[in-house]
Design a protein around this ligand. Structure first.
Ligand code: ATP
Ligand code: MN
Ligand code: MN
Length: 302
């Protein structure tokens, strides 16, 4: 924002005529944050959130009794989420079964999910149309327990270089948990098998070349002091947390887009929380994050 310019008031859930029940229910007990405050956070960042979430099959993490009690993943539509929560039939397995998957295309739909006690929004790597052609690659960097965030940052920057060598521009996302997701937008020219195959071959090659930093093996006992490059996010049906999604973790952190330039100065993957809606909006409008996540680029050939 320009110096002296007054920031526009944040939008709230009330602006979307959402009928929110139990707005005072505390769902982040360590932080005293309520369902109403979460709904207001999502209303405020709704436009930013929709850039990635809209028309993408999604998985919700719902926590009916708050983040510290039992939460569950929901990927299929079981009806009754709300009028703006839409569904699309998707074939699963060998193509023999079909299930309805959830998606939204408006902020109102996202807020209806919050009304149904959703805290986290996760999405496929493709949109509902074309469902078979991903529009993003995600490298989910999962550090070994106890490995410092400094190491994660160095690994993310290394990944950026290696992907740039193949012609891919990437964007870093703080997961809101322990790691960083390095995201490469794709032009939707290739189908799932090609995208998954690239992610696997690339990850295995890096783990082989730089084993002091990376492993491509999911087994925790292979991770000692290293970072697991979770390439499995890039297969049909897998999800990754969506930019600006809250996390059902202590502190009410959010998955936050950041720039490569500022990454070095950030201290943790949970640096931003649902209390930071105003700051996140201001950041998104600033030069550092303009165009974050936007690039028309093809999957590299080899
Ligand atoms: P962190 O930085 O702490 O690793 P994360 O969001 O990357 O946070 P991961 O456990 O690495 O968490 O999972 C990566 C992604 O895989 C998640 O964002 C989620 O979309 C998906 N995922 C993880 N566990 C499950 C599960 N049990 N069911 C469905 N999807 C899952
Ligand atoms: Mn992760
Ligand atoms: Mn992971």
């Amino acid at each position: 924002a320009k110096k002296g310019a007054k920031a526009a008031p944040l939008r709230t859930a009330a602006d979307f005529k959402l009928r929110l029940t139990s707005p005072d229910k505390v769902i982040f007990p360590e932080d005293g944050l309520t369902k109403g405050e979460l709904a207001d956070y999502y209303a405020a960042v709704g436009d930013l959130m929709m850039i990635d979430l809209a028309r993408r099959p999604m998985t919700l993490i719902r926590c009916p009794s708050g983040r510290a009690k039992k939460c569950f993943f929901q990927k299929h539509d079981t009806g009754s989420m709300g009028a703006h929560v839409l569904h699309i039939p998707v074939t699963e397995g060998a193509g023999t079964t079909e299930e309805d998957y959830l998606y939204v295309e408006e902020i109102a739909g996202m807020l209806e999910c919050v009304q149904m006690n959703t805290i986290e929004f996760h999405g496929w790597g493709s949109r509902i149309d074309p469902l078979e052609k991903p529009d993003r690659l995600v490298f989910d960097l999962d550090p070994d327990e106890g490995l410092g965030f400094d190491k994660v940052k160095v690994a993310a920057v290394r990944l950026r270089e290696l992907l740039a060598d193949l012609g891919l521009e990437t964007f870093p996302l703080l997961s809101g948990g322990k790691g960083i997701h390095v995201i490469a937008p794709l032009d939707q020219s290739r189908e799932w098998p090609a995208v998954k195959s690239f992610a696997e071959r690339f990850s295995r090659a890096i783990a082989e070349a730089e084993p002091e930093t990376f492993t491509a093996n999911i087994r925790k006992n292979q991770r000692t002091g290293r970072i697991f490059l979770d390439w499995l996010r890039n297969q049909r049906g897998s999800t990754a947390v969506m930019p600006y999604s809250a996390r059902a973790r202590e502190g009410a952190p959010v998955a936050a887009p950041v720039s490569w330039e500022e990454l070095d100065g950030l201290e943790a993957a949970n640096a931003f929380t649902i209390r930071d809606a105003a700051k996140l909006l201001e950041r998104a409008a600033g030069r550092g994050l303009k165009g974050w996540g936007q690039a028309k680029q093809a999957l590299p050939e080899a």
